[in-house]
Write a protein that binds this ligand. Sequence first.
Ligand code: SF4
Length: 279
Amino acid sequence: MLKVKPPDGYPPEQGRYMRGNDYSPVAVCVILDTFDFAIPPELNALVMAGVDSGAALSGLLQTENMGLEKMVCNIVANPNIRYVVLCGRESPGHLPGESLVALKENGVTDTKQIIGTGAPTPYLHNIPMELIERFRNQIAGIVNLLCQPGEKDTGLAGLDPKVVEKAVWSCYQEEPVLFMGYELYDIGAYPESAICHKIASKLSQPQQDILQPGKSRLAMGLALLKFLPKTNCRECGRRTCLAFAIELAQGKCRLEECPILEQPEFATDKQALTKLLEQ
Ligand code: SF4
């Protein structure tokens, strides 16, 4: 069976995930349905179950845009990953779980909007179309165990670490096994080279024109918006990330007013914003 050594630089994107067995055919995606700094223990237990039972990567997905983009980058950088086990409970504001499933099933429009999801901002603007299509082809299936928003019952499949372990185990069997209606086994690595794409690489592009006098406030705000979490969670006191971005461009507020940027998965974006604002 074909297995490949992931390239240097894998996984290219930082985030709240753990790296396990590089040769495993499965990644575990736990939906994070809170913007608090503390990760709920039941979700943490699912991440640990994923990595302990042999997943290549096991981590949290919070947003339907940037979070999903990072996940796509990390998966296409390891052709051994052929399945995603989706678990936890849906995040009602952002629908990242629904967006992941819709991405696999329907793909994106010409403007990189994920087709067939009700998520508020399901845009994958920061990654090339090639990566999106590669992700859709490389992932043979999503084992969808996701629970309803607000669900607390850890006896349900999507919140039960033992079920997640069994799902991961099923994905790396040599012969097909039936798991909750899915036929799973290790089908071997995707037969094309890894693509190691780092979203932060866009930082190396000259950005000098972005904050020059003469540019409209909206243009400046849009440039900054690229690096904001785009969750529209209102924790900064503004109704949208765009409103926050425009005020940032006008010097009317400070980056520190967005608490979401303090989370580890946004460290690179915060760095980029700091750099832009210094220009
Ligand atoms: S800028 Fe405001 S709305 Fe956007 S993620 Fe940060 S706190 Fe939430």
